[in-house]
Design a protein around this ligand. Structure first.
Ligand SMILES: Cc1cc2nc3c(=O)[nH]c(=O)nc-3n(C[C@H](O)[C@H](O)[C@H](O)COP(=O)(O)O)c2cc1C
Length: 165
């Protein structure tokens, strides 16, 4: 099974979850930023797992990313495009898909549901419900246990062989 875990991440929380999900899926899976997940790396994949942070109650837009550094304690990583842009350029595929977000636990809105909808629109069939992983503050860190939860979720996706639950 060819599997990739694609992420948008500005302070590293979503990237860390993506790496843990890839570990859970197994050695065949790679975690890649939206800048890295291009061309041959995404062609013919059996399972795409895609994740982004929930910002301003939604999946971030490129415009939102422009103003992101203003009040941040550390500069955001803006070296890769938004998940929204990546999804807009995703070629049609026929594999399975799963989506996740990182977020504060109480917030309204969902980035993962938007991602999953876009993956479905590109021809991928959902392998799981949209998943969420929680941070303790506006910029992180991740809540205790979230990396373990991500590994377990990845293993579950792999066990299902990318098939629908
Ligand atoms: C400008 C900004 C807006 C945010 N808006 C939300 C929000 O609406 N809902 C939420 O649950 N978390 C919100 N967060 C928290 C982020 O979703 C959380 O820190 C996320 O894990 C960041 O991911 P990253 O480190 O991969 O960039 C916001 C954080 C920032 C910096």
């Amino acid at each position: 099974m060819k599997a990739i875990v694609v992420y948008e991440s500005h302070w590293g929380n979503t990237a860390a979850i993506a790496r843990a999900i890839a570990e859970g899926i197994g050695p065949e899976a790679r975690a890649l930023s939206t800048a890295e997940a291009t061309g041959a790396t995404i062609s013919g994949v059996d399972l795409i797992v895609a994740g982004a942070p929930l910002l301003g109650f939604s999946l971030p837009t490129e415009d939102m990313l422009k103003g992101l550094g203003a009040n941040a304690p550390t500069p955001p990583d803006l070296s890769h495009p938004s998940m929204r842009s990546w999804l807009a350029g995703l070629p049609k595929g026929s594999g399975r898909a799963a989506a996740f977000e990182t977020r504060i636990w109480w917030s309204p809105g969902s980035a993962a549901k938007t991602i999953l909808g876009q993956l479905e629109a590109a021809g991928y069939r959902p392998a799981a419900k949209a998943e969420r992983f929680v941070v303790k503050g506006r910029y992180g860190p991740l809540r205790e246990g979230e990396l373990e939860k991500a590994r377990a979720w990845g293993a579950k996706l792999a066990q299902a062989g990318g098939k629908a639950p």
